[in-house]
Design a protein around this ligand. Sequence first.
Ligand code: SF4
Ligand code: SF4
Length: 353
Amino acid sequence: MSYDLLRSGLEAPICLTWEMTYYCNLRCVHCLSASGVRRDEELTTEEAKRLIDEWAEMKVFYINVGGGEPMSRPDFFELMDYCLDRGIGVKFSTNGTLMDEAAADWVASRDYLDVQISLDGATPETNDAIRGNGTYRRARRAMERLAERGFSFKINNVVTRQNFDQLEKMYALANRYGAQLRLTRLRPSGRGQNVWEKMRPTREQNKKLYQWLLAHPDVLTGDSFFHLSAYGQALQGMNMCGAGRIVCCVDPVGEVYACPFVLAPEFSGGNVRQPGGFAGIWRESLLFAHLREWQVGGTCETCNAYDLCHGGCMAVKHFTGRSLDSPDPDCVFGNAGEPGDARQFVPLGRKSG
Ligand code: SF4
Ligand code: SF4
């Protein structure tokens, strides 16, 4: 698919995240949705099924499910089966603490189901400092349960300054289970805002990470690190910000955001409970139309690496108070704009409204 086609948006999102609940039994210090407590207005089972029906009609072929802890929803298995029965593949992200024997049996018995277990360090000390006491042991137990059933899962690791030196060990751990390692960029979203400055990888680490990713093409990244492609060779992925173009996120109360890392009112295209539902927002929201037209300007416009980096991640710029036209704060050339020049960027409402 061409860059221009992707940039202008598709009939249905390729990368649709559905955050099922804000409830979580953990309190990770970097949680992008600041999860913990369930909200009263979260979508009911019936509303969730209507949403899934809409996705099936739009021919969404795959969704990422997260939260909060999605497995904590009493209707979790019912809703996942409802997706699978309608031909929508599911990858769900979990902290692993609720993966008991019965849940592992259910996972292993389903097709088109993928599971990603979060682990942010190769040792209990490193992981538990981020995710809470005992979480390393509990995540490993979930992995063992899935591995015992011959199920091939993914391990998701948010790369931080503190766990950077454990990348090789994480890679070896994944291999030991026949699992795949996925690395994710730390973003200053949700509680991540509080820890971003002290946990974001250093410039030196980012440079090493780029080389490490080139040397480990089997490691997944979800296009998290495309800003590092400006070092020279494109990393795997589409190397662009897909927000509102190919990416979007439905939060637990039905708000549709341009990206799971920008859960802020100015990046919501509307709510699935409104007339027109999800499809109306995807096709007609002024915000998404604007994002599909938008090109990063400023310093990036004249940068030689623009075609590799496209100015970096919108979410990181937004939550560090930068103009979306300014370079990514982790710009490999050190061009990051100064905080304090954020501006109103997005129009609200519908094209037809
Ligand atoms: S805002 Fe960042 S995380 Fe979201 S789609 Fe754009 S680049 Fe990816
Ligand atoms: S100046 Fe902009 S386009 Fe160039 S490397 Fe930095 S962030 Fe990327």
